[in-house]
Write a protein that binds this ligand. Sequence first.
Ligand SMILES: *[C@@H]1O[C@H](CO)[C@@H](O)[C@H](O)[C@H]1NC(C)=O
Ligand SMILES: *[C@@H]1O[C@H](CO)[C@@H](O)[C@H](O)[C@H]1NC(C)=O
Ligand SMILES: *[C@@H]1O[C@H](CO)[C@@H](O)[C@H](O)[C@H]1NC(C)=O
Ligand SMILES: *[C@@H]1O[C@H](CO)[C@@H](O)[C@H](O)[C@H]1NC(C)=O
Ligand SMILES: *[C@@H]1O[C@H](CO)[C@@H](O)[C@H](O)[C@H]1NC(C)=O
Length: 540
Amino acid sequence: TWVGDGTGVSSVIDYGKSFRDISSLINNTFIRKDFAVSAGPGNSQQVIIKHCIMKVGYLTRLLIICRGDIHEGVNSFITKDLGKTFSTIAQNIFSFGYIGGFLFTSVMAKMGSPRVLYVSSDHGDSFNKALLPSASTEQFYSVLDGDEYMIFMHVDTPGEETYFGTVYTSDDRGILYSKSLERHLFGGEGKSDFTNITSLRGVYLTNVLDKDGLIRTVISFDRGGEWRLLTKPDNVDCGKGMNNCNLHIHGETSLYNGITPMLPLSDPAAIGLVIAHGSTGDSISSMRPDVYISRDGGYTWKRTLKGPHHYSILDSGGLIVAVESRRDQQVNSIKFSTDEGQCWKSYNFTDHPIFLAGLASEPGAKTMNISVWGYRPEDDDQPMWVAVTIDFQHLLTRECGDLDYVEWLAHSTGGGVSEANGCVLGYKETFRRLRSQSVCRNGRDYVVSRKHTPCQCTIHDYMCDYGYYRHENSSECVKETGLSDKPKESCENGEEVEPQTSGYQKIPSDKCEGGFTPKLPNARNCGNVSVAVISLYNNK
Ligand SMILES: *[C@@H]1O[C@H](CO)[C@@H](O)[C@H](O)[C@H]1NC(C)=O
Ligand SMILES: *[C@@H]1O[C@H](CO)[C@@H](O)[C@H](O)[C@H]1NC(C)=O
Ligand SMILES: *[C@@H]1O[C@H](CO)[C@@H](O)[C@H](O)[C@H]1NC(C)=O
Ligand SMILES: *[C@@H]1O[C@H](CO)[C@@H](O)[C@H](O)[C@H]1NC(C)=O
Ligand SMILES: *[C@@H]1O[C@H](CO)[C@@H](O)[C@H](O)[C@H]1NC(C)=O
């Protein structure tokens, strides 16, 4: 794992040229096998090493953190903010988590009673009960992803080991949820294929377990508003008699099951670029997957390499490298492409082939150094671990000039919600990006340059308010019947009434202007006082 801060020098590695044994610093304890070493948040030069599992009260899987300031942070966080809140809510904390700008606790008031989810968007100072539309007894929740504006939440469908559930998206307080995707796959081992495509705003992909028992990949270009199947890559045939032919992407479930060696890859510095393992057909297949690439954030795809590979994005997308992943065979060559995967060349990086373990590079995709690591069996049966660092600076020697870049309107390739006009969450973005044919170096100092233009509001810039939902194929929010958990609002005279709402509220962080405005309800009867209500939940 890369733990440097961009200077190329850290306590552990200098671009992979030399290594030091630091086991004694963590008292030579055992280190977990998977994802054990990671960099701390930000450019903090912190290293997090997970080396055992500890049980403290109801909180399991505490990280033991060695070296760095996080230790204190995590501790005071638990004992200070959470401690205060736990004592007032309840004792039976099921779990807690922190993602994006939100802190969660899942609470069971009494043994065997329904589990309730509380959310804080102010770092634990106050917690509010999450309003999830479905009944919420013994259901399993999982926060899939989140940022400062909203969260994606998976709620399992009741029943024994259903392996699927519903994805909800939240408002900007993490309290109000609206249905985003049904039959969302959530594997047995707590693995979800939910993937944030970080190279294009608003794009997420994941897998669903359809009624026919088959797993299919769906993608959303508007942060969970609508989901659809991926288009078939132009350069792949599905074979005769195949009615439905789409691309399906392998996520964490396949990684866990050893079907693919890597997760889908994208980087905010490499605009539009997505690399992933996939298969084409009616549904996902566990047969040997190939590597697919998209240049437009997932609207269109191409098969770029046959068979599973490890891959990495370098020089802000100007360079992609890949090494074939074979369990049974040693490798000595690395493939590289300077045109976003249209053509690949090969370079033999060693005379003594290795069994590949992985690739490592500085996060942020700015570097041109890549380390290939793995092992060679030695005579005495002890594997010899090797890391080879390749500096591609010698390949791309020319600095890119103005002519190497083009203007590109994001979200203009496909149909769907944005109808090819590029509007997503209320605005369009035009990027300056490298022409794919240009063979030149973006360099370390390259910054993504973008222009914003606001869009007119449409119904898709609104989510349904609590108690409302969108019927299949319809964008209108209609009232849900039989809700068990109705919010109440107090009148000035203390009387509790059901709040009135237009049924819509603007999606968090949506920047649209003018256009569609939901009809406001007339007025509500609050004792003798008539009060006009704009929207209960729209606090902007
Ligand atoms: C290693 O052990 C020593 C002595 O028991 C202890 O003081 C120190 O905190 C330990 N270090 C880590 C990183 O756990
Ligand atoms: C998805 O990735 C983008 C780019 O890194 C980030 O800005 C955004 O917050 C992420 N979204 C979520 C919901 O985590
Ligand atoms: C690279 O390695 C392969 C496989 O070992 C070999 O067939 C090929 O000739 C090598 N290429 C060069 C340029 O040395
Ligand atoms: C690659 O590594 C070398 C040190 O070996 C360093 O001087 C150079 O800046 C690195 N290149 C990039 C683009 O990070
Ligand atoms: C929604 O549209 C799809 C495809 O056009 C169709 O198969 C399905 O029956 C529609 N569902 C409803 C409830 O109208």
